[in-house]
Design a protein. Structure first.
Ligand code: UDP
Ligand code: MG
Length: 325
């Protein structure tokens, strides 16, 4: 079998401080994998400039002119990490057999790539890079990040715990993924929806080598909110359940106010006011829930995601090879 072509896809936004340092690490990794005979010589390090306002694109252009293993594309303006990454992956899928996406700040251990490629060669189309611990994080970052994964899971989004956007994806996967037409992107929640065989490799995450994070608390919260609302209609279901719960409480409230009326421990007008209040709040909550159900359905329909993906066929070329057993 021919060695697979690997593209390392790296989104970069205002990274002039860190890029000159980390670009060498990526190059060394590609060269060492080629030398070991695991990947083809046509493999590349592909930077995606996400509309940077500093010298990032100049740096990428210079790198590409210097060394054939470097390559770059530039978005017309800043679109955010997830869009930049998707742009890079969609560009790469036509040119390679496997992609590995990674941030350009050197936080993720590039040595995990060897294991990722091995896992691909062993038959996986998706290999998640998972952080084995969060030692280098502050207590606050660790707490918020772990709560985020728990919340996502409880909301019915199938996200891999402690996995960000460091992962290997095959071009077979990406060709199917291209059919997911949604514009609100939360890639790590969408990857498990596609399917195919997947596995995880574990690595330690380091501190940023230089420059500053583009994900302050505000952006992290926005990402979490986007993640939940773009993958799950569970919040709508919760409103419906709340509606039913409030209806039951209201019913008890109505009985209570009538009983109080007959016992005579009320002022005039109290019972009727409470009855109307309880009745209407219950009805209102339930109605919002029902309307929400329809909005949820419209929302899922407008995504126009593929309804099924065929993973294998008996007449696939690779399946016709008679294996020695
Ligand atoms: N990034 C991007 N566009 C943006 C913001 C960030 O392409 O609008 C890139 C950034 O250059 C980096 C990656 O996304 O390679 C992750 O960003 P960062 O390291 O700042 O996030 P953190 O690791 O702190 O969560
Ligand atoms: Mg980072």
């Amino acid at each position: 079998m021919k060695n697979p072509i690997l593209y390392i896809v790296i989104p970069c936004y205002n990274e002039e401080e860190v890029l000159p340092i980390t670009c060498k690490m990526f190059l060394e990794k590609i060269e060492s994998l080629i030398k070991k005979g695991k990947i083809s010589d046509d493999s590349r390090v592909m930077f995606v400039n996400d509309g940077s306002k500093d010298k990032t694109w100049e740096i990428i252009k210079n790198l590409a002119a210097e060394n054939k293993y470097y390559k770059g594309i530039s978005l017309s303006r800043n679109r955010g990490h997830q869009n930049a990454l998707l742009g890079g992956l969609m560009e790469a899928k036509e040119l390679c057999d496997i992609t590995i996406s990674i941030d350009c700040d050197g936080q993720d251990d590039i040595n995990a790539m060897d294991e990722m490629v091995d896992a691909y060669l062993a038959g996986n189309d998706v290999v998640y890079g998972v952080r084995s611990s969060r030692k280098t994080d502050t207590f606050f970052k660790r707490f918020t990040a772990e709560s985020f994964y728990r919340l996502m899971n409880s909301m019915g989004c199938d996200v891999v715990f402690n996995h960000a956007d460091y992962r290997l994806l095959s071009s077979k996967f990406l060709k199917e993924f291209a059919e997911f037409k949604e514009v609100n992107l939360f890639l790590r929640g969408m990857v498990p929806l596609v399917g195919f065989s997947s596995t995880a490799v574990y690595y330690e995450r380091n501190e940023r080598i230089a420059g500053e994070s583009h994900y302050p608390l505000k952006k992290m919260l926005a990402l979490a909110f986007d993640g939940i609302t773009s993958l799950s209609v569970k919040p709508i279901r919760l409103i419906s359940s709340l509606g039913v719960f409030i209806m039951i409480i209201s019913f008890i409230g109505v009985i209570w106010s009538i009983v109080s009326y007959f016992i005579g421990s009320t002022v005039a007008g109290w019972s009727s006011t409470i009855c109307i209040l309880c009745f209407l709040s219950g009805i209102q909550m339930l109605s919002i829930g029902v309307i929400g159900e329809y909005i949820g359905k419209i929302y899922l329909e407008t995504k126009a995601r593929p309804r099924f993906i065929i993973g294998e066929r008996t007449d696939d070329k690779t399946n016709n090879i008679v294996k020695d057993i």
